[in-house]
Design a protein around this ligand. Structure first.
Ligand SMILES: [Fe+2]
Ligand SMILES: [Fe+2]
Length: 281
């Protein structure tokens, strides 16, 4: 299927072409300097499932007050609006990925863990670099390969072929995508970013994570790219067990020591397990 035809399929699928209403409203409000935390809290409270996930996240060890957060507004105060956005969009994304795909060979749990691992590594890298909004990098990391969720659903035969080719030839999935489809999960992911009205910086992470970008010109793309490699190296890989190495040029512009990157991988393993527990995956 051509990319344009796939775009039309996505646009015509209600549960996929738009984020759930609460998530899209939260996205808009977080970027609006005039919006108040109370408005956002009131929105979230309308959705019981979402409220309880938010409270669980706020009560996780990460925020340092386990068991003490009782209300949505306390959760917003302790986590900050940007982290609340990550939970809200993350929950919506999780629900979308849990819709049964059609491909037989695509590992959906592995895919979800890979997104979480990339998100977690991205947030740590962003903090180390002093990037203004580490949660943007978390969100971009979570969604960086979202195009594959679409392929799994609408292009099951091609997806099976892609996974098989990746395994047989020991090549990364993205190379098999190019051969089988003529386009990759990056272009498909950008289609989604557009439909979902994701912030520009998040779209940058999705669009540039396989390109040789430098930190100064394209910080989110660079951070997500490195986070993606660390996620693969930490064992949260998808596709063939190909050796994933950092591009030396990208690594140089990032300027984080190898020992520190190794430390991040260890944290990622623990955090993915913990987040899976919180989100009950
Ligand atoms: Fe990717
Ligand atoms: Fe990836």
């Amino acid at each position: 299927m051509e990319l344009s035809a796939l775009g039309i399929r996505v646009a015509r699928t209600p549960g996929l072409s738009t984020l759930p209403q609460v998530a899209s409203q939260v996205l808009k409000l977080v970027d609006n300097p005039n919006a108040s935390p109370r408005q956002i809290g009131a929105l979230i409270e309308r959705d019981a499932g979402l409220s309880s996930k938010l409270l669980k996240s706020a009560n996780s060890a990460y925020y340092g007050a386990p068991g003490k957060v009782k209300t949505v507004s306390q959760a917003i105060a302790i986590m900050g609006l940007s982290a609340v956005r990550s939970v809200v969009v993350g929950q919506a994304y999780q629900q979308m990925t849990s819709v049964r795909g059609a491909s037989k060979r695509f590992d959906r749990l592995g895919f979800w863990q890979h997104g979480l691992a990339t998100a977690t590594a991205g947030r740590i890298l962003a903090k180390l670099k002093g990037y203004a909004d580490p949660e943007v990098v978390y969100l971009a990391g979570l969604l960086h390969d979202a195009g594959r969720m679409v392929m799994d659903r609408f292009l099951p035969n091609e997806m099976d072929q892609i996974v098989q080719q990746s395994l047989e030839q020991a090549i990364p999935l993205i190379e098999a995508e190019r051969t089988v489809l003529g386009y990759t999960h990056v272009e498909v992911g950008l289609l989604l970013a557009d439909h979902w009205s994701l912030p520009q910086a998040v779209a940058e992470g999705i669009g540039k994570h396989h390109e040789r970008v430098n930190y100064a010109d394209c910080p989110v793309g660079c951070l997500v790219q490195v986070a993606n490699v660390l996620a693969h190296q930490a064992g949260f890989a998808i596709g063939a067990p190909v050796l994933y190495e950092l591009d030396p040029l990208v690594e140089e512009t990032l300027g984080i020591a190898t020992a520190q990157l190794d430390g991040i991988k260890q944290i990622v393993v623990q955090e993915v397990m913990r987040t899976q527990e919180v989100l009950k995956i």
